[in-house]
Design a protein around this ligand. Structure first.
Ligand SMILES: O=C(O)Cc1cc(O)ccc1O
Ligand SMILES: [Fe+2]
Length: 476
């Protein structure tokens, strides 16, 4: 795809262009003729660009899993000063700040008593009130600075596990680019649109959209709406894929054509830039003297993308009973066990509900998976109050949970008409087969833990009456 020559950032999000599709091999050039024809590494690339391969899988991964992108850039990424631990960077040209103030390096090591970011274990039902937005006057903070680890499992070093973050920020990343060496990022804005500049181009990501930025791809975030908040799921191995549809057939849920990948856009400027990476759960920085977003053309299938959750085509029961929420899986990261995800990204979208003789809200249950939930807007169908936009909950593996007492009472007595559920609402779940640890920041430092959460269920009355078999069993 040929676009006009651009060596400055396209500042107006309305002018951003996207290529449609999931898992495609895309081609994009910001300067016509910049992509080599018929080969990846000519002796000299067009316009004097350097060729650089970014691999998302082992070279030898099976073809259907193999991901890589060829970048044609003004300078290769390796042109930078040495990496240093982030704490040793105070004298750098770029503004110093506390990077990832609450980022937990390991979910495997025993918690250090004095470490405010240590990961702790608890089987408790956990719920957090909305995480505080930083004050722009007293606490200027960009996307990387405002990253907080809430929970996680495993370890990036052994390429097993995942981490859940919330970000709260109020200023753009300036002359700073970030990439995670540890895994792919699924970003869920809750408040405030994100403008994400990546090496492969620009994306606008509003609340109710999500973005995925795979491991290694450098990006920078602007927050045009001011104080912004959202959630991040990072997976230490594998990549997000569309779930298989089985008997649903060839269409439905998240349709591939609705995923949008940016087009090439480059900046050709020499200026001090800070490259930040999270490597093994620890921030490192390196200085370089040119803008890293200097990719003039690229082709490949290892790409960032965005997706509008409003495009999700929900499938559900049209007869009776509550169907498991796996029917609402947007993206999945498979584990080694067939049918068991390392992580699923699941939503609870506005939809029609028609089930006959059914307790329609989410059921009581104990799951073999851990469920971290967030709320983008509205009110979640299983909870009245308490679970609020910008807050979160965690129901760990085998920890009992379900609808709160209000939901139980109303859903068991209401007249069941066909109707709408969750209008104006968007809740989501990061569901994982791993046992999550929760950070001390989340449990204590954030001061957002709802210590009264157990009361959502505590007063659910017994209704058992051996003399009264009132089950409404007739389905017709
Ligand atoms: O716990 C939750 O609220 C999430 C959830 C929703 C649902 O519809 C069924 C099971 C489930 O875990
Ligand atoms: Fe659940």
């Amino acid at each position: 795809m040929a676009l006009p020559v651009t060596d400055t950032a396209p500042t107006d999000p309305a002018s951003f262009q996207y290529q449609q599709g999931f898992g495609n091999h895309f081609c994009s050039e910001a300067l016509a003729g910049a992509l080599p024809v018929g080969q990846n590494t000519p002796q000299v690339c067009p316009f004097g660009l350097y060729a650089e391969q970014l691999s998302g899988t082992a070279f030898t991964a099976p073809r259907h899993e193999n991901r890589r992108t060829w970048l044609y850039r003004i300078r290769p990424s390796v042109v930078h000063h040495p990496f240093q631990p982030a704490s040793a960077t105070a004298t750098q040209a770029t503004a110093e700040s506390a990077l990832g103030r609450h980022v937990c390096p390991s979910f495997v090591d025993p918690p250090a008593p004095s470490d405010p970011n240590a990961a702790l274990i608890t089987p408790a039902q956990l719920r957090w009130k909305p995480f505080d937005l930083p004050d722009s006057e007293t606490d200027p903070c960009d996307f990387v600075e405002g990253l907080h680890t809430v929970a996680g499992a495993g370890d990036p070093g052994s390429r097993q596990g995942l981490a859940v973050y919330v970000y709260t920020c109020n200023r753009p990343m300036v002359r700073r680019a970030f990439y995670s060496s540890d895994g792919d990022w699924l970003i869920v804005p809750q408040q405030g649109t994100l403008i994400i500049q990546t090496e492969l181009g620009w994306m606008e990501v509003q609340p109710n959209h999500i973005a995925v930025v795979p491991r290694g791809i450098r990006f920078r975030v602007e927050v045009p709406d001011g104080p912004s908040r959202g959630y991040v799921l990072e997976v230490f191995d594998g990549h997000f894929q569309l779930p298989d549809l089985g008997p649903i057939g060839a269409n439905g849920l998240a349709n591939p054509r609705d995923f949008q990948t940016p087009v090439a856009a480059y900046e050709d400027r020499d200026e001090p830039y800070q490259i930040v990476t999270k490597f093994h759960g620890t921030f490192f920085t390196a200085r370089q003297d040119h803008v890293p977003f200097d990719v003039v053309a690229w082709h490949g299938n290892y790409v960032p993308y965005r997706y509008d959750l409003a495009n999700f085509c929900a499938v559900n029961s049209v007869t009776f009973d509550h169907i498991d929420p796996s029917v609402f899986t947007v993206l999945t990261v498979r584990s080694a066990f067939p049918g068991t995800a390392l992580a699923d990204f699941v939503i609870f979208p506005p939809r029609f509900e028609v089930q006959h003789n059914t307790f329609r809200p989410p059921y009581f249950h104990r799951n073999a998976m851990s469920e971290f939930m967030g709320l983008i807007r509205g009110e979640y169908e299983a909870k009245r109050g308490g679970f609020l936009p910008g807050g979160a909950s965690l129901h760990s593996l085998m920890t009992p949970h379900g609808p709160d007492i209000h939901t139980v009472t109303t859903a068991s007595t209401r007249e069941l008409q066909p109707g709408r559920v969750a209008d104006g609402t968007q809740a989501f779940m990061f569901e994982t087969s791993m046992m999550l640890k929760v950070t001390r920041w989340a449990l204590e430092g954030s001061e957002k833990l709802d210590h009264e959460y157990y009361k959502a269920w505590l007063t659910i009355p017994r209704a058992f009456d051996p003399a009264n078999c009132d089950a409404r069993v007739a389905r017709n």
